[in-house]
Design a protein around this ligand. Structure first.
Ligand SMILES: Cc1ncc(COP(=O)(O)O)c(C=O)c1O
Length: 453
């Protein structure tokens, strides 16, 4: 991004000082102890770069919350939002609107045949809420199965299907959700030593869970096609196809949560495409318009659509299919196509990020495993490679991990951090030059690490 002039830096410092003061006085932040926070101020952003409150530029290797898939301030999307604002800012979901219709067409053009209808929401959590509601109404069953090590959103049902510590204090225990273990060889729950064993045992465990919970009580299995925040653990195709087969066998709806993994993040439009499976319901948000205006949605197959073809669906939102959000989605999806971003993400994963991270893992005492695909990679920080003990406890942080994150920032890179993991999740259209610069910083910081207890 272009260097700010001295006058711009001075303006940024002034506005940011005031913003910070007002934030601390009045803004209540997500998932946080409010008075223990010292949030970073972001004053400007462009492409893969963000500028802090002092006018200093950083490479954004987090894509914020893994949503700015096409980077910040993409000119085509910014222009589309401005044009839509001039034309029509908002309209009730009961009316037809061109931006909404076109967004629905472009989204369903990218889904498998038979998944042709979209219910728009404001984000990912409410998309999952509605997907689950649809599955329950369609099947007449109530229970939902979801995996440990997953995140599905912060609202009531979405947080209950979530399989991470953010659920714990929100869980009343009567949500009708049952959790199971998915495949994750590096931290296997099944004493497996190969991917094949892990897959087979994880499927067996899922089938036993279904049998013992009672197939006649289970409406849906919800899975992130590739679990994101929980650690980017790629399942094998055999696992995902096995889940599909179990759903068919026991008359259970398969919901693929593509909120983080979808819209190019994994180097395909949807991450389930890696596994040659077709879900019954797809939920999405984030990358669909890079989060420039909040948008999410539920794509349902013809059978579920049919359940609400002649009787009303009991759910709705004032902003369902908001024109500004949908115009941003239309421009984003077109830009992704025109600029070959999906292919770019696939290629940088294969040719640059994967090889560089594997090299770092070999040379760093504290990198236990790297894994990922496309622009979607995780780094496991461990005390030592033999014990694989995480460098921060599950659900928490540690001074060691905090020091790694600070060090990356000191060298100009903002990573995504969850517990003991760092995720390399830059915009999917990041330039090779920026990518190399950022990975160089990861290499320097991670190979220099030498913690002991
Ligand atoms: C896989 C997944 N599902 C759902 C959500 C919730 O989306 P939102 O924060 O837009 O409600 C997220 C957010 O990170 C996510 O990663």
């Amino acid at each position: 991004m272009q260097q700010l002039s001295d006058a711009e830096i001075s303006a940024v410092k002034d506005e940011s000082a005031r913003a910070y003061e007002l934030d601390r006085a009045h803004v209540f932040h997500s998932w946080s102890a409010q008075e223990l926070l010292d949030p970073m101020t972001v004053s400007r952003a462009q492409g893969s770069h963000i500028v802090d409150g002092q006018g200093q530029s950083f490479l954004d290797f987090s894509s914020q919350l893994v949503n700015t898939n096409i980077g910040h301030q993409h000119p085509k999307v910014v222009q589309a939002i401005k044009d839509q604002a001039d034309l029509l800012c908002t309209i009730s979901p009961a009316h037809v609107n061109a931006a909404r219709s076109e967004a629905a067409r472009l989204i369903t053009d990218r889904t498998p045949a038979g998944l042709d209808h979209v219910f728009f929401t404001n984000g990912g959590a409410d998309a999952n809420e509605h997907a689950i509601r649809m599955a329950r109404l369609h099947t007449g069953k109530h229970k939902i199965l979801s995996r440990y090590r997953s995140y599905h959103g912060g609202t009531e049902t979405a947080v209950n299907v979530t399989g991470d510590p953010r659920r714990w204090s929100n869980d009343r225990g009567d949500s009708g959700v049952v959790h199971f273990f998915g495949p994750f060889l590096y931290r296997t729950e099944f004493s497996a030593t190969t991917e094949a064993e892990e897959t087979e045992r994880a499927l067996r465990h899922l089938e036993r869970t279904i049998e013992l919970e009672g197939p006649s009580t289970i409406a849906a299995i919800i899975l992130e096609s590739i679990p994101g925040t929980a650690g980017i653990m790629l399942p094998g195709s055999d696992y995902m196809q096995g889940v599909r087969a179990l759903c068919d066998q026991y008359d259970i709806i398969f919901i693929a949560d593509e909120v983080m993994a979808g819209f190019g993040r994994s180097g395909k439009w949807f991450a389930f495409e890696h596994f040659d499976v077709v879900p019954d319901i797809i939920t999405f948000a984030k990358g669909v318009n890079s989060g420039y205006v909040p948008l999410g949605g539920v794509i349902m197959d013809d059978a579920i659509y049919g359940s609400f073809a002649k009787k009303p669906y009991p759910g709705g939102l004032t902003y369902s299919g908001h024109p500004l959000a949908c115009a941003a989605a239309v421009a984003t999806l077109k830009a992704m196509d025109e600029e070959g971003m999906i292919e770019h993400a696939e290629r940088i994963g294969q040719e640059i990020i994967g090889p560089r991270l594997r090299q770092i893992a070999e040379n760093s005492k504290h990198v236990g495993e790297v894994r990922g695909v496309g622009a979607f990679w995780a780094i496991e920080l461990v005390w030592d490679k033999e014990s694989r003990e995480p460098l921060a406890p599950y659900g928490g942080g540690s001074p060691e991990v905090a020091s790694v994150v600070s060090s990356l920032k000191e060298h100009g890179v903002v990573p995504f951090n969850n517990y003991h993991r760092l995720h390399v999740v830059p915009p999917i259209n990041i330039s090779e030059e920026d990518l190399e610069t950022g990975l160089g910083v990861f290499e320097k910081v991670l190979t220099d690490l030498d913690f002991s207890r």
